[in-house]
Design a binder for this molecule. Structure first.
Ligand code: XMP
Length: 327
């Protein structure tokens, strides 16, 4: 039987050797729990689900069925990386679902942030359940639940987003191989499993993805402006050695326009807002002050390379009073 609670005496996994020992133990446990049955996993490409996938691939190979739902709100290059790492490099049984049109059609014209979140979450469950129903002989559902999820749901701080929420008719037994780990331990295990650094050490990314950064009603062109500006920001942070140091950094494109000038002609385009923050607990957040030279460079790149952007703003507001995300 899998261990449901983190033993009080458990040593913190901080070294490759401890990670290797955990991996060996989990593989044996997973083999014993699952046997020759099949397991389904929603693989977002985030660190938790990626580590769960890598562990299960080692334990049961093709009997793990990974479903990657592209809802159109992922960062640039993410769906491609999931396919490259899991299908091409790890030879996983991966179903890629292009649900971009489906999500964006449902979100068209929706301005209320909570409504947007509800549509994205609900649609995700529907798409996943539809894929699950097409498959035969699945008995287990793997989840990237981690120990803080359990602690926070027990303390009533947040609903445990990794559990529940799936339709009743999908009656699976749960497989949760990183359930007793803290986030930093998941990363050490991910590294030992050979996952790429940009997957293992990536910054937090909200479930509704770029949808909450395309403020107001999501349109394809403005969503593309969010995605392209985010890619430039991430590239520059990596070049400047800030990628592993700043806790979270991203761009936001609100739904209003201002006047500008390009090649002697008037423009009337969106602003791009840059937000870079640090925190330990996400309840209180401070702003990272960027070097002036980097700011100049970001402004130049974003206004010249991203269609529809003619102005760059910086969000210098801590939390409180602002939240991290704009929606
Ligand atoms: P806020 O905006 O609440 O963000 O200050 C705190 C942290 O949580 C992330 N975040 C989310 N993560 N689903 C998620 O999985 C969400 O709906 C969501 N909203 C915010 C945010 O990126 C930040 O790291």
């Amino acid at each position: 039987m899998p261990i449901l609670n983190r033993p009080e005496t458990m040593e913190r996994i901080t070294t490759p050797a401890l990670a290797e020992a955990y991996i060996a133990e989990q593989i044996a446990d997973l083999k014993a729990q699952i046997g020759d049955k099949k397991v389904l996993l929603a693989l977002s490409g985030g660190v938790d689900s990626s580590v769960v996938a890598a562990l299960l691939i080692k334990a049961i190979g093709k009997n793990l069925v990974c479903v990657h739902v592209n809802h159109g709100l992922l960062r640039k290059g993410e769906p491609e990386q999931v396919i490259e790492v899991f299908r091409n490099q790890m030879d996983a049984n991966l179903i890629y679902v292009d649900a971009v049109d489906r999500f964006l059609d449902k979100l068209a014209g929706v301005t209320d942030p909570e409504q947007k979140r509800k549509i994205i979450g609900g649609e995700f469950i529907d798409v996943f359940a539809e894929e699950a129903k097409k498959l035969d002989g699945i008995e287990f559902l793997a989840q990237g639940t981690i120990w803080p999820d359990i602690l926070e749901s027990e303390a009533g701080i947040k609903a445990h987003h990794n559990a529940g929420g799936l339709p009743e008719e999908l009656q699976f037994e749960l497989v949760e191989p990183v359930r007793i780990l803290f986030k930093d331990e998941v990363r050490v295990v991910g590294k030992a499993l050979g996952l790429p650094d940009n997957m293992v050490y990536r910054q937090p990314f909200p479930g509704p993805g770029l949808g909450v950064r395309c403020v107001g009603a999501i349109t394809r062109d403005r969503l593309e402006a969010v995605r392209e500006s985010d890619a430039i920001l991430r590239e520059e942070f990596a070049k400047w050695g800030l990628a592993g140091k700043v806790w979270q950094y991203f761009t936001v494109v609100p739904d209003f326009r201002s006047t500008g000038v390009k090649d002697g002609k008037r423009t009337f385009s969106w602003p791009c807002v840059i937000r870079a923050i640090n925190t330990t607990d996400v309840m209180e957040v401070t702003v990272e002050h960027l070097p002036a030279e980097l700011i100049d460079h970001l402004v130049r790149r974003i206004t010249t390379e991203v269609p529809g952007i003619n102005r760059v703003l910086f969000d210098y507001t801590p939390k409180p009073p602002a939240t991290v995300e704009w929606e």
